[in-house]
Design a protein around this ligand. Structure first.
Ligand SMILES: Nc1ncnc2c1ncn2[C@@H]1O[C@H](COP(=O)(O)OP(=O)(O)OP(=O)(O)O)[C@@H](O)[C@H]1O
Ligand SMILES: [Mg+2]
Length: 499
């Protein structure tokens, strides 16, 4: 039997390929960053051809790192930055515009138009989502409206839309497909039927013929026809946050994880019925295995967490690496009264305020760059607290039985022990990090491996999960509440800035 499963993780800041063994351990890894393009304030783009070249490169390099060839790989999974939107020519394969990244806010006015007199909840009962610049549907509409000739070519059937999973799959296999989790982030899919909603597509003026076919998250889609994985079946596709949920073995209703990457995304498995939030969370498809019923999740999406660390590094030059923020922040005892609210793309969950923009509050002559470093890390923990409060409120209202006895965490920022301790303190809940923090890639590998029988069932996923470290709350209650109240005051200062 083949030894490994490969996962391609096409993320916001980088593309990775990781080769896993049956115990879920990493046998080989390669990663390559790509440039973030900011052509105007609020616009964020990626070059899709560069991303494809990086993907090809990391596949070869990860196999080499594992000392493996295609003959050793049972299946490949794809996971991806979600919502990022691409349109390409069906014949030549050339993108007609750079990929519009999930953080991009260029569709703010369009979203207001689409909301009409009903408001941002216009499509919430069918899609689980508020109308927001975050999702793919408005971005696709923008491309059709703004790229010369695009609408006519789309109507003639000459263009393909895809999120990055579809783009990578199309490049690897020539097939135009997506999975239910990615489709659930477009605002064009009906959460109950798991198919494109023709009425919403018509109202968005998006021709259904340009959309990929929607498939489950774990099934054999097609064989790879190019490069070092030639002949290997692609058998799993999951959006990155759903993949991390799967990789963290949150497989029963009530189980949740929080991923600390470019942004933060907390997902709570709610089982086979979609639950609609009354507290600013999204309803999304968590995963669907083969022809089993889909499993849904409630999600709290925070746009800016790790990317605030990058901003401190790249835009302000206060640290020269992300890891350097921890010793700098530790050099002071507290935030010195300073709060940074990184509403760079407005505020996502649970507030959904497109009119918000970032602020630094509480500045006095006392404040140093070390206090700012601390405020950067604390912003992640406070935003997470807001999402968890919303999740608790929804869980209580809907009798969901949220098991928040500990919070399972993963993603690049969980290397930061100061942040993890502060997170436990601000939540008053222990925070637990698993041995494998590359849960996004692992989840995609699991989906692919299950489809081809490399793993025999989801019990294998549970058995592979292992704890690395736990942080326990130690902050006095009054201190916690004082800090959180000050954070709230700072957040209110962000409102009403963008018109
Ligand atoms: N030691 C650290 N302390 C604080 N933040 C860190 C640290 N190391 C990495 N980060 C932040 O973590 C983020 C990278 O995490 P990760 O690789 O999980 O991101 P990601 O969201 O998966 O990336 P992508 O969006 O490409 O998938 C970066 O934004 C970086 O600033
Ligand atoms: Mg990622």
């Amino acid at each position: 039997m083949r030894r490994f499963v490969a996962a391609i993780d096409q993320g916001t800041t980088s593309s990775r390929c990781i080769v896993f063994d049956r115990s879920g351990r990493i046998a080989g890894l390669a990663q390559r960053e790509h440039e973030q393009l900011f052509p105007r304030p609020g616009w964020v783009e990626h070059d899709a051809e560069t991303i494809w070249r990086n993907t090809e490169f990391v596949i070869g390099a990860a196999l080499e790192d594992a000392g493996a060839s295609a003959a050793d790989i049972a299946a490949a999974g794809i996971t991806n930055q979600r919502e990022t939107t691409l349109v390409w020519d069906r014949t030549t394969g050339a993108p007609i515009h750079p990929a519009i990244v999930w953080q991009d806010t260029r569709t703010a006015a369009l979203c207001e138009d689409l909301a009409g007199t009903v408001g941002t909840s216009r499509y919430a009962d069918r899609t689980g989502l508020p109308l927001s610049t975050y999702f793919s549907g408005p971005k696709l509409r923008w491309i059709l409206d703004n790229v010369e000739g695009a609408r006519a070519r789309a109507e003639a059937g000459d263009l393909c839309f895809g999120t990055m999973d579809s783009w990578i799959l199309w490049k690897l296999t020539g097939h135009h497909l997506t999975d239910v989790t990615n489709a659930s982030r477009t605002m064009l899919m009906n959460l109950e039927t798991l198919q494109w909603d023709s009425q919403i597509c018509a109202e968005f003026q998006v021709p259904v013929s340009m959309l990929p076919q929607i498939r489950s998250s774990s099934e054999v889609y097609a064989e790879i026809s190019t490069g070092p994985l030639s002949g290997v079946p692609v058998a799993g596709i999951l959006g990155d946050q759903q993949a991390a949920t799967f990789g963290q073995a949150c497989l029963s209703p009530g189980e949740a994880k929080n991923t600390y990457g470019t942004g933060n995304f907390m997902l709570l498995n709610t089982g086979t019925t979609p639950v609609f939030s009354k507290h600013g969370l999204l309803t999304t498809v968590c995963y669907r295995l083969g022809d089993q019923p889909a499993v849904y999740a409630l999600e709290g999406s925070i746009a800016v967490t790790g990317s605030l660390v990058q901003w401190l590094r790249d835009n302000l030059g206060i640290v020269d690496s992300a890891a350097a923020i921890e010793p700098l922040a530790r050099s002071v005892d507290d935030n010195g009264g300073t709060y940074i609210v990184p509403a760079f793309s407005g505020l996502f969950a649970p507030r959904w305020r497109p009119d918000a923009r970032g602020v630094i509050t509480g500045l006095t002559r006392f404040v140093t760059k070390a206090h700012l470093a601390r405020a950067v890390l604390e912003a992640t923990a406070f935003q997470t607290r807001e999402v968890i409060d919303a999740m608790r409120a929804d869980a209580e209202a809907e009798n969901l039985g949220l098991e928040l006895t500990t919070l399972k965490v993963d993603g690049g920022m969980v290397a930061n022990e100061l942040l993890m301790q502060f997170q436990a303190d601000i939540l008053d809940v222990p925070v637990v990090r698993p041995v494998i923090t590359e849960t996004t890639a692992l989840g995609a590998a699991y989906a692919a491996g299950l489809a081809v029988g490399y793993w025999s069932g989801t019990d294998d996923i549970r058995a592979n999960w292992a704890e690395d470290k736990v942080w326990r709350p130690s902050m006095p209650d009054d201190e916690r509440e004082r800090l959180y109240a000050e954070w709230n005051k700072a957040v209110e200062r962000t409102y009403g800035w963008a018109d």
